[in-house]
Design a protein around this ligand. Structure first.
Ligand code: CUA
Length: 325
C-alpha cells in the first residue's frame, strides 16, 4: 500500500470484488446521466435561446414515444440494480456451512472476540486466509456496527439479540476494523485490527495460550451456575435434557414449534419463561445479570457441542461426557 492514498480499500475478501463491481456500475450509471443531463442543459440553453424581444416559442404537444423511452430505460436500469444488489445481499446473509464460528461482543468502547478453540481477543481478530468465517455478534449496551472496509463487511451489532455476518479473507494482511455506528463519546476510538494469516501461521497462533475450548469454558460455567442440578443430560431431570437439542425443532407448551438456534438458547437463559418446552414447568429462574453476554455465548457453544453434527469432529470438551449428577 505504501503512502499513496488509494481510492478504494484493498479487496481482501471473496465478496469484495462483487461489491465493488456493483458500486462501479452504480457510479457509471450516475456519471453517464449526470454528464448527459448537463450537456443537454448547455446545448438547449444555447440552441433554443430567445433571439428577439418579439419571439414567441412554438407550443409543444408532447411525445408518447419519448415518454415511454424515459420511463422504460430507468425502470430497466433500476431493476438491474435491485436484482444485482439483492443477489449480493443474499450472498452476504448466508454463511456457508463450513464457516468457522467466531463470537463478537461489542461494548462501549471495545470489541471482544472469542474463538471456539478458546482464544479470546480484544480489538484484534486473527483469522486464516481462504477459510469462511461466520461472526455471531451481540452488544452489551448500545448499537454498534462491525465494519471491515477491506472485506466490504458492515453489520450492525445490537443489544439483546444476535446478528451474523461472514466473509472469506483472500489476502494475508492487517486490516482496519471500525465501529460504524455512533455509540457515544469514544465511538471513534472503537477500532481495531483484523489479521488475516496463512493457515499454518494461524494454526501456530491458535496453539498458543488458550485456557480450553469455548465449549469447555461453557461447560464449566454450566456447572458453576448449577444449571446441571436441573438439566441432567438424561431425560430424568426436572428440566429439558439438553443433549441433541441444538439445531432441532422444539415443541413448546403452547403447541408451537421453535428451532433451537443461538437466539433461542440465549433467550432461554436470560428470559426462561418466554418459551416453555412442552411437558415442563415454568420453574427456571432468569440468569439476567448473573452471566455476561460472553458467558451466554460460551454456554451456547457448550450446548451446541452436546449436539454433534453427524460426521463433524467436535473440538475438545467432547460432546459425549455423561453427567455425574
Ligand atoms: Cu461502537 Cu461506535
Amino acid at each position: 500500500m505504501g503512502s499513496e492514498l488509494p481510492l478504494f480499500p484493498v479487496q481482501a475478501s471473496s465478496i469484495a470484488p462483487t461489491v465493488d463491481h456493483l458500486l462501479y456500475f452504480l457510479l457509471a450509471v450516475a456519471a453517464f446521466f449526470s454528464v448527459g443531463i448537463f450537456l443537454c442543459i448547455f446545448y438547449f440553453a444555447i440552441r433554443y435561446r430567445r433571439r428577439s424581444e418579439s419571439e414567441m416559442p412554438i407550443p409543444i404537444e408532447g411525445s408518447v414515444s419519448l415518454e415511454i423511452l424515459w420511463s422504460v430505460i430507468p425502470f430497466g436500469l433500476t431493476m438491474i440494480m435491485f436484482v444485482w444488489g439483492a443477489n449480493v445481499f443474499f450472498t452476504m446473509s448466508r454463511p456457508p456451512d463450513d464457516a468457522q464460528q467466531i463470537y463478537v461482543v461489542a461494548k462501549q468502547w471495545m470489541w471482544k472476540l472469542q474463538h471456539t478453540e478458546g482464544q479470546r481477543e480484544i480489538n484484534e481478530l486473527h483469522i486464516p486466509v481462504g477459510q469462511a468465517v461466520k461472526l455471531t455478534m451481540t452488544s452489551e449496551d448500545v448499537i454498534h456496527s462491525f465494519f471491515v472496509p477491506a472485506f466490504r463487511t458492515k453489520s450492525d451489532v445490537l443489544p439483546g439479540r444476535y446478528t451474523t455476518t461472514w466473509f472469506t479473507p483472500t489476502k494475508p494482511g492487517k486490516y482496519h476494523l471500525f465501529c460504524a455506528e455512533f455509540c457515544g463519546t469514544n465511538h471513534s476510538a472503537m477500532i481495531g485490527w483484523v489479521y488475516a494469516m496463512e493457515p499454518q501461521e494461524y494454526q501456530a497462533w491458535l496453539s498458543g495460550g488458550a485456557e480450553g475450548s469455548l465449549a469447555s469454558t461453557g461447560e464449566k460455567l454450566f456447572q458453576d451456575l448449577a444449571c446441571a442440578n436441573c438439566h441432567h443430560l438424561t431425560d430424568q431431570g426436572r428440566c429439558p435434557n439438553l443433549r441433541n437439542v441444538f439445531g432441532s425443532q422444539v415443541q413448546l407448551s403452547d403447541g408451537t414449534m421453535v428451532k433451537a438456534d443461538e437466539a433461542y438458547v440465549r433467550e432461554s437463559i436470560l428470559n426462561p419463561s418466554a418459551k416453555i418446552v412442552a411437558g415442563y414447568q415454568n420453574i427456571m429462574p432468569t440468569f439476567q445479570g448473573l452471566v455476561t453476554e460472553e458467558g451466554v455465548l460460551q454456554l451456547v457453544e457448550y450446548i451446541k457441542s452436546l449436539s454433534p453434527k453427524p460426521g463433524v469432529q467436535q473440538p475438545a470438551a467432547a460432546a459425549a461426557k455423561p453427567s455425574k449428577k
